[in-house]
Design a protein around this ligand. Structure first.
Ligand code: NOJ
Length: 740
């Protein structure tokens, strides 16, 4: 009732100032815009962070001043104001105390869950299960919106070939095709079909563009790539998100061709708005407008504001430059007010679509908040997503799955019983206390006759002899060791780049010491990026890439370890042998001196060039056999398609899922072409003995690329088509594309 009254008051205040009935949204927006002062317009472009989670430098004493600005209508949206209580407070300021009563939007980095935490996005991508990822985003949206949010800064769709860069945890790996499919699934999940519903939230494709190319993997560093690389590798997932209706874009921190993304007219206006026809909002990254003064592209904040607006960016997150300088810039004749109007229009349009003008308190319902946050069905979905994300890297002599009746199990490692780190970076409002650890998951899974004992063994980055001795002693008297090592939550994510992606020396010492006991070891790697575990890969019999899996981490891992779930994940980022191989990725272009046994070839003299584990790789507890490929024809013209079929049989003894992958290679092109590129995949589920025919259809669109003059088209000639279970385990056939 109270909400209803407030809503009525708000809409009366609003409709008292302008007649909105029976107008189109565009007309309503225009009518409102006509009432706004220049200051109020600049205010709509201004976004501040609340006080809960601060992701940049903020002066806490400014908080009450900020509330004042909200009350003056000088703030259009906020981030990090969480929970219905605080959201309602801020919304009341905006709706009841400002002249025009324009509601705020509430944004948050809901990256892999709000309170029920799902696996980190890189882990989820390894499931290759688009429906599951859509569901994960859907649940994140349900919980976030129940806590008052209506906008998430996700999905991050940056492609990266550099696991030194901590932010790879937030993306979908190295491949633009897979990344595009996942971008779409996540946008669908967050936004649903109708943004005005109280359980859908606006998504953001970020960071536009090419942030995954930061030099040497160092966060916030510069990027220096060609337009070709931009279009081939980085733009496809953004375009895919846009095609799926993503409601906002975020500028990247990096420059492109020397111009910071926020002020990059080529990126924001030429590509996004003009070529792609995007009519929505572009929000800066944290202080990325103001930061142009720091990087020496703008002489002062006023110029930074001028450049950002001119380039087509709309919302200033946390640098104050729009609200402080735009009105004066207009009065000085440096900025055209019409340009500000365009940006305000886009923001008001988004608020209308979110339903905020119908009911500014639409997302504020404490009953929903209580009922939905951490709901049991959300946890169940998180467990399902988590086990689908696990990748079985190695399983000598079928050590896995383990028998639930084993007598003595040692659970060892600094991450084996740590609740906090399982939530990973960007953990939303996830709480450590909600997490099931590996140790707890195992205890809940095994028979009542099994003894499960735990020793930490080492710290994350340090080890003392006593700790280590205790773990070794335990390993010696156990039948099997489950060893949880890797990196903690804050070693990936924003501002968490590493120069060495091997196990920390303390943990490496632990792994070696436990291995020396002779007790069989199952390593559960917990990681936010691919880790170069060459020694373990050579010496440890079974290895699960277990990521940071969120609230249900321990249960999901136990499901996999003890065979209640047969692992089906496949890597979406190549795992290097060592840091020196980076950047390493499967769809590399052909080189003029391929590897052979002579000296002058493209190789290293101190390491193989092959990765430790390739893109698309992941084992199962069962075996899948592939029939040979059947092509419908060996030659197609530009308006024809061909099909490639393969029959996959589960020739093992357990139910299992397989990701059947299709790659294509263009044998000769007007520019150097990749050795292979993923063009399709299908995840199938087979009972023992069961077969399924998988058919891929290939047409000219799948063969098109940016040719020498940068036009996107296919060129006639010979192609290779590969089908198989990883980017390295493939059969190949050839076909031709002919001019007629
Ligand atoms: C900086 C990050 O780069 C961006 O991804 C995030 O959305 C903002 N901070 C807001 O937290």
């Amino acid at each position: 009732m109270r909400h209803f009254l407030i809503a009525c008051a708000a809409s009366i205040a609003f409709s008292a100032s302008i007649q909105v009935k029976a107008l189109t949204t565009d007309e309503k927006v225009d009518a409102l815009l006509a009432k706004m002062t220049l200051e109020e317009k600049a205010g709509q472009l201004n976004q501040y962070s609340g006080y809960e989670i601060i992701t940049g430098d903020i002066d806490v004493s400014k908080i009450s001043h900020r509330n004042l600005l909200v009350k003056k209508g000088l703030v259009g949206s906020v981030l990090n104001v969480l929970g219905t209580k605080d959201v309602e407070k801020a919304q009341r300021y905006a709706v009841e105390e400002t002249r025009l009563g324009i509601p705020l939007m509430f944004a948050f980095d809901v990256i892999h869950g709000y309170r029920t935490i799902f696996p980190i996005p890189l882990a989820e991508s390894a499931s290759w299960d688009l429906e599951a990822m859509e569901r994960s985003a859907r649940i994140a949206a349900i919980e976030a919106s129940a806590a008052g949010q209506n906008w998430t800064f996700a999905p991050m769709v940056d492609i990266s070939h550099d696991p030194r860069w901590g932010r790879v945890m937030e993306g979908a790996g190295e491949d633009p095709y897979l990344g595009s499919q996942i971008a779409k699934a996540r946008v669908r999940g967050f936004q649903g079909n109708d943004l005005s519903l109280p359980d859908t939230i606006a998504a953001t494709a970020k960071h536009f563009a090419a942030y995954g190319e930061v030099i040497a993997g160092r966060d916030y560093n510069n990027v220096d790539i060609s337009r070709r690389k931009l279009w081939e590798t980085h733009l496809p997932p953004f375009k895919a998100a846009l095609d799926e209706g993503v409601r906002s874009f975020m500028n990247a921190f990096n420059e492109f061709e020397g111009v910071p993304s926020s002020a990059n007219t080529y990126l924001v206006t030429d590509i996004l708005r003009d070529q792609w026809g995007y009519s929505g909002v572009v929000v800066s990254d944290w202080d990325s407008f103001g930061a142009m003064v720091t990087s020496g592209v703008a002489v002062d904040d006023a110029e930074a504001a001028e450049m950002s607006l001119e380039a087509g960016s709309d919302i200033d997150m946390e640098s104050d430059v729009f609200v402080n300088f735009l009105p004066q810039l207009v009065r000085d004749g440096r900025v055209d007010e019409a340009k500000i109007d365009e940006a305000v229009r886009r923001i008001l349009q988004m608020k209308f679509e979110l339903g905020l003008f119908d009911d500014p308190y639409r997302y504020i319902d404490s009953e929903r908040e209580k009922a939905l946050i951490l709901a049991p069905e959300h946890r169940e979905a998180a467990r399902d997503m988590a086990r689908k994300s696990v990748v079985l890297l190695k399983n000598d002599d079928q050590l896995l799955p383990l028998d639930k009746n084993i007598k003595d199990i040692a659970v060892i490692g600094p991450l084996a019983d740590n609740q906090f780190h399982m939530n990973g970076f960007w953990r939303g409002k996830g709480e450590a206390e909600d997490v099931v650890t590996l140790l707890d998951g195992i205890k809940a899974k095994v028979s009542s006759n099994t003894r499960v004992r735990y020793a930490e063994g080492s710290g994350l980055e340090s080890v003392d002899k006593k700790q280590l001795r205790k773990a070794v002693k335990l390993a010696k008297k156990s039948d099997v060791v489950i060893l949880a090592v890797g990196e903690d939550a804050d070693k990936t994510g924003e501002s968490a780049s590493r120069t060495n992606i091997e196990l920390y020396p303390a943990q490496q010492e632990l792994v070696k010491a436990i291995h020396e006991t002779g007790t069989p070891v199952v390593m559960v790697l917990m990681n936010g990026r691919p880790l170069a575990i060459e020694w373990s890969s050579e010496n440890i019999p079974s290895i699960l890439n277990g990521w940071l899996l969120g609230s249900e981490a321990g249960n999901a891992l136990a499901d996999v370890l003890f065979g209640d779930y047969n692992p089906s994940g496949k890597l979406t980022m190549t795992v290097p042998r060592n840091t020196g191989q980076i950047p390493i990725f499967y769809n590399t272009k052909r080189v003029s001196r391929p590897l052979d046994n002579t000296r002058y070839t493209s190789k290293y003299i101190d390491s193989p060039i092959e990765p430790l584990y390739p893109f698309g790789y992941g084992l199962s507890y069962t075996e899948f056999s592939y029939s040979s490929i059947t092509l419908s024809t060996e030659s197609i013209s530009f308006d024809e398609v061909l099909t490639a079929s393969v029959t996959v049989t589960n020739s093992g003894e357990r139910f299992g899922e397989e990701v059947v992958q299709l790659y294509i290679q263009d044998m000769v092109g007007s520019v150097v072409r990749p050795v292979k590129e993923l063009k399709g995949f299908e995840k199938i589920a087979l009972k023992p003995g069961q077969s399924e025919k998988v058919t891929f259809t290939i047409g000219v669109d799948d063969l098109a690329f940016y040719t020498r003059d940068m036009s996107f088209k296919a060129e006639s000639g010979e192609f290779k088509l590969f089908v198989g279970s990883s980017s390295e385990d493939l059969q190949a056939l050839s076909f031709k594309l002919t001019a007629k």
